[in-house]
Design a protein around this ligand. Structure first.
Ligand code: DWN
Length: 424
């Protein structure tokens, strides 16, 4: 297998902050070059040249936005997308709660338009439909848009931008709710994106966003959530300023326990009576050093500690003739194994619930992926939770594996062996 470094026009270097446009960017972490973490390989591709892409993270000294220093062509990453939330009961339940929260906050009425940007397989829109909403999805992944349309979720197979927003508004009218879960971090032209949101949103409508929270990433050492899909690592400070540039008022931020610690925020066109917690979040972020470069300068050391502890543990188990496999062929898991150079010598295979991934190999380290049943058939000593964000769900469903003496290892935020009796 040979590595091929991707270049222009597939990869563009970013010199200005994508939120405030200043050039005051400082690179503080280098995890690459790595392959695109959702770029799973067929056996026939293992001997072909594999493209590797830069993965450098920068801090903006002006507005505090943390962001990647390069942008990969969205068609390379999103045209055929393998992340499907409906494969996890955790996500299906989570989206049901989100739809309830948003519906109540806007007093949604039957027939009101709800647009989900990055609608994936339509899981969230199906929840809104149960409240009588008229639903419309937007997603660039052709495989997912096709699946959603087949399941009765009208979905436009495009990237969301200002032009598409105007087209949707002219055909369907203004949206009472616009949702964007795990999407804003994936957007390069944030100004065009939020201009479009403002144009499409009804005057009495609300934007609801969810994204992994920068504070959890930094404090939890969650460097494996840094990858080429995630162009920005969001916090309230820079986001509030960015939205204000586009006539949107941030409000009601809430921490949510999903994807390693995320945050849900709303935004409105009209100035809310109270910011409902925004000021408190801004103060806390400042106190936690989220606006200070030295916070990020220390992060590389945390990342190297996680790598050291994990590699040392896997080698020790190997020398003790203990068998360890991976659990969850996630994008984050592919970042972790590539950065730590963990291959089949340490993890002979990974089990995963997604049929599309089974029978394929992970990008970069080429670890084979099998269905979850393999875990009981093989009964290894340990399973390394590469999808640690779903540790509760996975540990709960693998009772037999643990009754037979199998144990789970959680690599992040601190390496630990999970004992069946304790909640992770
Ligand atoms: O932002 C993103 C986050 C939200 O999700 C996307 N860009 C991509 C994606 O990241 P990911 O690949 O890390 O996704 P997950 O959902 O963390 O990956 C979980 C993997 O684990 C999936 O391949 C499915 C697998 N899984 C499993 O095998 N058994 C998951 C569960 C819950 C299970 O029980």
């Amino acid at each position: 297998m040979t590595q091929e470094l991707a270049t222009k026009p597939e990869v563009l270097q970013v010199d200005n902050c994508r939120a405030c446009d200043n050039k005051n960017l400082t690179t503080f972490l280098q995890l690459g070059p790595t392959p695109i973490p959702n770029g799973f390989l067929e056996a026939s591709e293992l001997n072909q040249a594999e493209k590797f892409y830069p993965l450098d993270v920068s801090f903006c000294g002006e507005c505090g936005m943390v962001q990647l220093g390069h942008v990969v062509d969205p068609n390379v990453m999103f045209k055929n997308y393998v992340y499907v939330p409906s494969t996890s009961t955790t996500m299906v339940q989570h989206f049901g709660e989100l739809a309830t929260d948003a519906t109540q906050r806007v007093n949604l009425e039957t027939g009101d338009l709800v647009v989900d940007i990055g609608s994936n397989d339509g899981t969230l829109l199906k929840a809104f439909k149960r409240y009588g909403a008229t639903i419309l999805g937007v997603d660039p992944a052709t495989n997912l848009a096709t699946l959603a349309n087949e399941q009765g979720v009208p979905t436009i197979n495009e990237l969301f931008d200002k032009n598409l927003a105007l087209s949707i508004r002219s055909q369907h009218g203004p949206a009472r709710v616009i949702s964007a879960t795990n999407v804003v971090a994936h957007v390069h032209n944030l100004h065009d994106f939020f201009e479009g949101v403002h144009d499409l949103l009804a005057d009495n409508g609300k934007l609801v966003m969810e994204f992994p929270y920068l504070v959890n990433l930094i404090e939890g050492g969650e460097f494996d959530t840094i990858y080429q899909e995630h162009l920005s690592y969001l916090s309230i400070n820079p986001l509030q300023k960015l939205l204000a540039q586009h006539g949107l008022n941030l409000t009601s931020p809430r921490l949510i326990d999903i994807h390693g610690g995320s945050i849900r925020v709303f935004a409105t066109k009209s100035k809310p009576e109270s910011d409902d917690g925004v000021t408190a979040f801004i103060t806390t972020e400042r106190e936690k050093g989220m606006l200070d470069l030295e916070t990020y300068s220390r992060f590389q050391m945390d990342v190297n500690r996680v790598r050291h502890d994990l590699v040392e543990a896997l080698w020790s188990l190997r020398f003790a003739d203990r068998k360890v496999v991976g659990y969850g062929a996630s994008a984050k898991g592919n970042i972790l194994t590539n950065y730590c150079r963990i291959g089949v010598e340490s993890l002979p295979y990974i089990v995963d619930s997604i049929p599309y991934k089974q029978g394929k190999y992970t990008p970069g380290m080429h670890i084979p992926i099998y269905p979850e049943d393999q875990l009981l058939e093989d009964q290894p000593d340990y399973a390394l939770l590469l999808a640690w964000n779903f540790a509760d769900e996975i540990v709960q469903k693998q009772g037999t594996f643990q009754k037979r003496g199998g144990k789970f290892i959680r690599p992040i935020p601190v390496l630990k062996v999970i004992h069946p009796s304790r909640k992770v």
